[in-house]
Design a protein around this ligand. Sequence first.
Ligand SMILES: C[S@@+](CC[C@H](N)C(=O)[O-])C[C@H]1O[C@@H](n2cnc3c(N)ncnc32)[C@H](O)[C@@H]1O
Length: 258
Amino acid sequence: MVFESEIIGNCTLYRADCLEVMKTFPSVDHAIFDGPYEDIMHKAKASKRKLRADRGPQIKPLTFDSIDKIRHEIVSDLETLVKGWILSFCSPEGMRPWADEINASSIKYKRACFWIKPDSTPQFNGQGPAMAVEAFVAAWAGKGRSRWNGGGKRNFYTENTNSKDRDGRHPTEKPWRLFVKLLHDFTNEGETILDPFIGSGTTGVACVKAGRRFIGIEKDKKFFDIACERILKAEEQPDLFSKTKWPEQSSFFEKGED
Ligand SMILES: C[S@@+](CC[C@H](N)C(=O)[O-])C[C@H]1O[C@@H](n2cnc3c(N)ncnc32)[C@H](O)[C@@H]1O
């Protein structure tokens, strides 16, 4: 059941449970999403202290269930819907269950990829290395060989979590610049991107910046409203990014910055 829907430019947003509505959708070019993480991550987040010692943004409680019970259904829905790439964010430990589920379908599991967060919180108790990466699965649901615009690029992207224009109202907001980079590498201008778990709408904001069409679903009213607001704001801003050439990874290596 769709509780409400909004069309903003080339973006269509539904407030609904993605498992109920996705089955009724026509096919899309790609699915790029940051769905709920695994049970183990939800439990870890719940047990963290409320105040961060580095004075970074306060850790907010998660108000949605983990991916574990619905991963199978999501993969089987995407198998019929998607014609190109599926990029799904998860914790590094969450890569295995995603790979197993994808390998049991007709979708081709291609690569474990990583988002490196240079501004992530250090391990203040000194008991071991701090976590500075999140992962995403890159899988190809299309016919024939997979194709992308990244040439021989490696499987990591470097982007700070806390940019000046971070919205900050969703507990797991991703940087939209990271998603613009993914859109440039994995998709083409004018294609349609599906995100079944939009949260505060980061994938939609990136689609607006990169000139892609967008279909997004979010079941929580508060986050749906924030997503609509952010996408509308992105639509109203001048399109500075669709023609931007993002730095190649090789230039980081040449300059010795990474
Ligand atoms: C990890 S968050 C996405 C955050 C997003 N990337 C951002 O930058 O704001 C996952 C979102 O999926 C939503 N969600 C969880 N299960 C859902 C479902 N079955 N259908 C639609 N949305 C769902 C949650 O309410 C949550 O906002």
